[in-house]
Write a new protein. Structure first.
Length: 304
């Protein structure tokens, strides 16, 4: 029987904004949404990728010489160009680059391998009432792998949480919930037409899943605040009204201000960032949105 493996992008230790206490945050790779403002494009593709860091590149041409499929070209001015349709992500260029200008992102690990890493943080969970949070990307895309990790955590009495877009088949989500203590769900826009334009998918499944989850598990609704795209009074009011109807399992709403962290990663993946002219919201604007949500009798937090 083939060993179950998951594709992860990274693991962050000592996280404090993704559940109670000190946590280990696991970033799964792959996401079905294409949010215009995504700050982690390296987590979107459900397969390993090569990332090019121009700042480190000396344009020596060695990567081009050793690429077995001729996917890399090097020019004095433009630097390294990777034909990603030709690239097989064999990793030879990464191994041979003398200046670490190329990086392989995405690593397949077994359940046991990942859990051995998680176990290193056990003492911090116990002292702080912390635990493990699985995010992404979209972790539910690899729900079978994530279930096995969560199951191991629960067998060791470790608190568990997930950060999800909510865009997942209910039968998959329901299996995950058995091993989860807390669910963070993003609600990006209440208008289904606008939501599809901003993310590439409808919000119908997301909203229905949020309703269902709130009947059995504590939920935190997160709203990324992107100026000019979803920060109108109408959208925030509609989202707060929806959240207010989720009942006693709604812990709070988190308003997450748009930021430009990670925008350089687009060029490192050979892609263009579409919202480069959008600026983060002001503190005053965030406070006004907070007051709108509070008017519905809800607990609100600015930031995660």
């Amino acid at each position: 029987m083939k060993e179950l493996k998951g594709l992860i992008y990274d693991m962050q230790r000592f996280a404090i904004h993704d559940g109670s206490g000190i946590r280990t945050l696991i970033y799964m790779k792959g996401c079905p949404l294409r949010c215009l403002w995504c700050s982690s494009p390296q987590t979107l593709k459900p397969s390993p990728e090569i990332l090019y860091i121009e700042l480190h590149c000396k344009k020596c041409g060695h990567c081009s010489e050793i690429c077995p499929v001729g996917a890399i070209t090097v020019a004095k001015e433009a630097g390294v160009k990777i034909n990603r349709e030709l690239c097989t992500v064999c990793g030879k260029c990464v191994e041979e680059c003398p200046n670490q200008a190329l990086r392989l992102i995405g690593n397949y690990v077994s359940v046991e391998e990942l859990f051995q890493d998680i176990k290193k943080d056990f003492p911090f969970y116990r002292r702080s009432n912390g635990g493990v949070t699985v995010g992404g990307g979209e972790p539910t895309m690899q729900y079978k792998f994530v279930i096995e990790i969560l199951k191991k955590c629960k067998h060791q009495y470790i608190d568990t949480a997930i950060e999800t877009s909510g865009f997942v088949k209910w039968e998959h989500f329901e299996k995950l919930l058995e091993y989860l203590d807390l669910v963070h769900i993003d609600v990006k826009n209440m208008d289904p037409v606008i939501h599809r334009r901003l993310t590439g998918v409808s919000n119908k499944t997301i909203l229905e899943n949020a309703r269902r989850v709130a009947t059995v598990r504590p939920v935190i609704i997160r709203i990324p605040i992107v100026p000019g795209y979803n920060d109108s009074r109408e959208n925030i009011s509609a989202t707060a009204g929806f959240a207010a109807r989720l009942g006693r399992n709604l812990k709070r709403i988190e308003l997450l201000p748009y930021h430009k962290f990670g925008t350089q990663t687009y060029s490192r993946l050979g892609e263009e960032y579409k919202l480069k002219d959008v600026e983060p919201p002001s503190n005053e604007h965030m406070q006004k949105l907070k007051e709108i949500v509070e008017s519905y009798g809800l607990e609100v937090q600015i930031g995660g």
